[in-house]
Design a protein around this ligand. Structure first.
Ligand SMILES: C[S@@+](CC[C@H](N)C(=O)[O-])C[C@H]1O[C@@H](n2cnc3c(N)ncnc32)[C@H](O)[C@@H]1O
Length: 297
């Protein structure tokens, strides 16, 4: 199992009853998807990017609406094990295609192979830059779902920007930090990785654009906090688009972009944003997320 796959299999494995916990969230996503589906002149193919355990959308509704449903993820086991996939009848399953893909491309470039040891051995900015540059490869040229270009009448992207690479690299940075690796070099790695992430997001978005001939619906997690934190309690007190827009504006002017909103911001340059709404995602028993659901043409 590759590094990125292993990382996501672990994240997707949980004892939490997410299928139950996410009922309302799933219903809201379904409602937006159905609204888009009704407006499609052709309903041949739907693509789900980051399908995982298929718990944040109703697989059966897509299967009933399209001739073909492509479920793409690095972790196919989670899809095959999911309640939604298991409940499909044989004929319904025949409409579903599973595709194992790393959407970032870094797995092919070997970034994570012996990364910790290689960084440990590097003691200057130039060597570090070489490791990171080689590890990310020629990001802009990376293509996924090539065989489905201009095929998707609907592309649904499950919350995924925040899962790309950064967290995985920060685990390595954390290990280096705990063993006394020089702080100035660690900061340099963090900055280089943040820059690279922008290129990864641009490449990812460009592939989404190339795949989609109808609508692109992107869910992205923007805020995450403990369910009982003051911040989340305040957000939940008056959860509507206008209020969350205000909170977001304030947050953005105080702290700048996070990964979830950066991904959407970059997408706005590529495709026409039709509408967006805020959704509350009761992610686990202890933490909530606030998701922005954006619809592009
Ligand atoms: C937060 S989950 C989305 C929820 C998911 N739809 C569900 O219902 O379980 C994000 C998904 O993106 C996948 N993913 C994360 N990074 C990936 C990558 N680099 N390439 C492909 N899939 C990735 C994960 O395996 C996970 O299934």
């Amino acid at each position: 199992m590759t590094y990125i796959e292993q990382f996501n299999v672990l994240l997707n494995t949980t004892n939490e009853e997410r299928y139950q916990r996410w009922i309302d969230f799933r219903k809201k996503i379904d409602a937006s998807l159905l609204n888009v589906i009704e407006r499609l002149p052709v309903r041949e193919t739907a693509v789900v990017v980051g399908a995982g355990r298929c718990e944040d959308f109703s697989l059966i509704k897509l299967v009933n609406s399209f001739d073909k449903v492509i479920l793409a993820d690095i972790d196919l086991e989670s899809i095959v094990d999911s309640v939604a996939y298991k409940e499909l009848k044989k004929t319904e399953r025949g409409k579903v295609e599973l595709l194992k893909i790393d959407f970032t491309g870094v797995e092919n470039s070997g970034l994570f192979i012996n990364l910790e040891a290689r960084l440990r051995a590097a003691d200057n900015f130039d060597s570090i830059e070489k490791i990171i540059n080689t590890g990310f490869g020629d990001i802009a040229k990376y293509r996924f779902l090539k065989n489905s270009y201009k095929e998707a009448d609907l592309t649904f992207v499950s919350p995924i920007y925040t899962q790309f690479i950064y967290q995985q690299l920060m685990l390595t940075v954390g290990k280096l930090r705990s063993t006394g690796y020089p702080e100035n070099l660690l900061k340099y790695i963090e900055n280089l990785v943040s820059d690279k992430l922008v290129s990864v997001f641009k490449m990812f978005n460009d592939n989404l654009r190339k795949v989609t001939r109808g609508y692109l619906v992107v869910a992205s997690d923007i805020f995450q906090d403990y369910s009982d934190s003051d911040f989340m309690i305040n957000i939940k007190k008056n959860f509507n688009n206008e209020e969350i827009d205000k909170i977001y504006e304030q947050y953005h002017s105080d702290y700048g972009f996070g990964m979830g909103d950066l991904g959407l911001f970059l997408l706005n340059d590529l495709m026409e944003l039709e509408s967006s709404e805020w959704l509350l995602w009761p992610f686990s028993s202890k933490s909530d997320m606030v998701v922005k659901l954006s619809i592009y043409k």
